[in-house]
Structure formats: C-alpha cells, structure tokens
Design a binder for this molecule. Structure first.
Ligand code: MEV
Length: 435
C-alpha cells in the first residue's frame, strides 16, 4: 500500500465532535483516502490478533485498549495532517484540534529538525591514564568509525551510519575514573536503539584495547540531543480573544504563565507534562517508544543543571504571540511496533509522513498546540471548566448512559456543577422517564 498515490488530505473536518464514532471514521478515511482494510484497522475492531501480540512481548494474556481520537485542523509547513492520538485523558484531542484551528488561520505550525543522529555510550573503567586514553581514542576516530560502519551495510546504503565520535571523561565517580566513548550514528528512519546498541557492542573490545581499560556498558543514550526537533507558531492577539478578554490580555497571560515554567521546576514539570499530553498519544498511536521520548524530553529540559520549560512563549514587536518548542524526538518509521502493530501502520498511513523526521516534526507541532491550549486556558478561565465538561462524559458513561444519553447527561451534570456518578445516575433515570 505504501506506493499508493493520494491527494493531500484536508485536516479541517467540520462538526467532528457531533458525529458518532463510525461517522467520524468514515469522514477521516474519506479525507485521507485510506483503503477499506486501513479503515477497518483504524476502527480498532480485532486490530491486534492475540497471536501477533504474543510475538511482541512475553507472557501475553490479552490486549489492553486505549481510545484512538483524531486531532483535526493541523497545518504543518503548509501541509495538512490528520493526527492519530491514543490517549485516555479527556480534552486532550479537543484542545489540540482547537488550537490547530486557531493556528491554521495564522499560517499553521512551522517546524525543522536535525539529522536523525543517536548517541551510543561505551563506558571504559579503570583506565590507568584517563587523559591519555581520551587522546588515544580521539586519535583513532577514523578507524573506529570505519569499524562501526563495516557491519551495517543496509544502513550505509540508506545514507546513514556512524558519523563521528566524542570522548567524555569523568575523573571522579563512585567507581573511580572512567572514560566514555560516544558513537554518533545517523539512524535514518529507525528509532535507532537496536542499530546503535549493536554498533556499541561490536566496537567495545577495540575501544577497551585503545583506552587500556575494561568496558562495562554499551548502550544508547535517550538524551538524543543531536536529534532535536523544533516547532513554532505565531498568533496575532485578536485570534486569541475569549469571552470578555481581549487578545492582548490573553497573550500577556500566556507569556506570564510560561515565565514561571522557565524559572521554577515545580511549574516546569506540569507545563512539560502538558506538552507531553500532545506528544505521547501520537508516539503511542504510531507504535513508537514513548518511554524513550519521555526520558529524552525531561533530560533535555534539565540539560543546563536546572529543570525548565521545553517551550517559550513570547510577544513579538507586532504584539503577536510567538510559541516555540525544541526537544529531542527519537521516532522511527521502521522496526519494532511501528511495523508489527497493524494499528500503528494504519496511523502512519493516516499521517502520510514520508520520513521519521517528518513524523517527529508533526509530533512536535502537536506538543506545541497542546501547551498552547493549556496556557490559554490557565491564563483565562482556568482548565477545570472545559475539563469538567469533558470529564462529565466519563461520569455519564460510568452511570450507565449510552449513545446520545452520554452527551445529554454530561451536559446536565456539568450545568448543575455536580459532576459525580450519583447526580449522573439521577439525570439518566429522569431522562429514561424513571423515578
Ligand atoms: C493536565 O493534564 C495538563 C496541564 O496541567 C498542563 C499545564 O498545567 O500546563 C493542564
């Protein structure tokens, strides 16, 4: 199916909220030109056979399902994307879609990314002369790169491979002095863990020889700081006005809200969690390793010794709100669950990304949109109002509401300001004409 030519989708699907899940699926499939088989997979009915799951991890007893929502309205670098998001938290998909709608009227999101270069670390213990070891390893750079690239001819054929080395020296650790060799490897469209781990293990004996020490760890670093992705959005104040609040006040509120996340790790943790609310669901839906993305994000946020915000929100000279995000994004399109999980394959087809870099950039745009939604809500009416309206749907379901009862009960309990199962059960009984 990969070669099938399709027109670019229009990510603006009107009234998605008011549709039933099957209608939404049909609208998304139409917009993205997916096949019947892909539509069926995206719908999630028996998508992952237990036999397939059994091949993915150990001791499988079944499957664990999450809702899959589609965020609409995204324009990234002038191209429209429908975004698959696998997530359990209400309001995440709606918030991303809403901010993307505001952004698309102002040119959408603009992104860029580095080459997909991952680091692998080879730890050398007990070097008698740590500084000498460092210099000998640096002197052997060309030989080490050549050896690293000798095995993986497929990666070299694709234009990837080991590009460079770094040597880090720790003179005083609980285990004495150690020298750590980094292999910097362009992994192309892979997440890269297997590729770089194999290279590190292959190279380790030679590294030990050159450094005249003993090798212990040979493993990638999830602080993928050479594989950064950047997203940017610029919104004129009038597009941000809400209720009785002027756009200028909203801009000021969002800039001030971000300022706390920049200086205070307590706020930065929550602020960045809001960014990951957008990123993780895309990472999960595409079968990627969300723990790796989380680890990289938070390590990068603390890279200067103090944990800080991954985004910046500023006001331009013209008064516009300017939001930027920069973070590591080690996502793959080949290998692992991206290939073995049918739903991940369908999600990637829906996204219509041609490379892991494009996937990383779109994912970053979703993270920025999510952060924009959180700050806009926090700087204005607070998040509970919108959150509770959506949370009310969950409560209505818990109380036994089905079909269109869910919305009606949710609206009633939200309007009453009593979002609890007891009130929901009473509203449901009244709706069904029972005392
Ligand atoms: C909730 O899941 C995420 C927020 O707390 C993020 C934030 O505070 O910026 C709303």
């Amino acid at each position: 199916m990969r070669g099938r030519k399709m027109a670019d989708p229009n990510s603006r699907i009107e009234n998605m909220r008011d549709m039933a899940p099957a209608e939404r699926l049909a609208a998304v499939v139409r917009a993205a030109g997916l096949s019947d088989a892909e539509a069926h997979t995206l719908g999630g009915v028996d998508t992952l056979p237990v036999a397939r799951a059994d091949g993915m991890i150990e001791n499988v007893v079944g499957k664990f399902e999450l809702p899959l929502g589609i965020a609409t309205n995204f324009t990234v670098n002038g191209k429209d994307y429908l975004i698959p998001m696998a997530v359990e938290e209400p309001s995440v998909v709606a918030a991303a879609s809403y901010m993307a709608r505001i952004a698309r009227g102002c040119g959408g999101f603009l992104t860029s990314s580095d080459d997909p270069v991952m680091r692998a670390q080879i730890q050398v213990l007990r070097p008698r002369d740590p500084h000498g070891a460092k210099h000998r390893l640096l002197a052997a750079r060309d030989e080490l790169i050549e050896r690293a690239n000798a095995r993986d001819t497929v990666l070299i054929g694709l234009g990837g491979g080991c590009r460079d080395i770094e040597v880090h020296l720790f003179e005083d650790t609980p285990a004495g002095a150690m020298v750590v060799l980094h292999l910097l490897v362009d992994v192309r469209d892979a997440m890269g863990a297997n590729t770089v781990n194999t290279m590190a293990e292959t190279l380790a004996p030679r590294v030990a020889e050159i450094a005249r020490g003993e090798v212990r760890l040979r493993i990638l670093s999830n602080l993928a700081d050479l594989r950064l992705v950047r997203a940017r959005v610029e919104i004129p104040p009038e597009a941000l006005a809400t209720g009785s609040l002027r756009g200028e006040d909203v801009v000021q509120g969002m800039v001030e809200a971000c300022a706390l996340a920049i200086v205070d790790p307590y706020r930065a943790a929550t602020h960045n969690k809001g960014i990951m609310n957008g990123i993780d669901p895309v990472v999960v839906a595409t079968g990627n390793d969300w723990r790796a993305i989380e680890a990289g994000a938070h390590a990068y946020a603390a890279r200067n010794g103090r944990y800080t915000s991954l985004t910046r929100w500023e006001q331009s000279a013209a008064g516009a709100l300017v939001g930027t995000l920069e973070m590591p994004m080690a996502l793959g399109l080949v290998g692992g669950a991206t290939k073995t999980h049918p739903a991940a394959q369908a999600a990637i087809r829906l996204l219509r990304v041609g490379s892991a870099r494009e996937l990383a950039e779109v994912t970053a745009a979703v993270g920025l949109a999510q952060n924009m939604a959180a700050l806009r809500a926090l700087a204005t009416e607070g998040i509970q109002k919108g959150h509770m309206t959506l949370h009310a749907r969950n409560i209505a379901i818990l109380a036994g509401a089905e079909g269109d009862e869910i919305d009606r009960v949710a609206k009633a309990i939200a309007a009453a300001g009593e979002v609890g199962v007891e009130r929901a059960a009473a509203e449901l009984a009244a709706l069904r004409g029972k005392p």
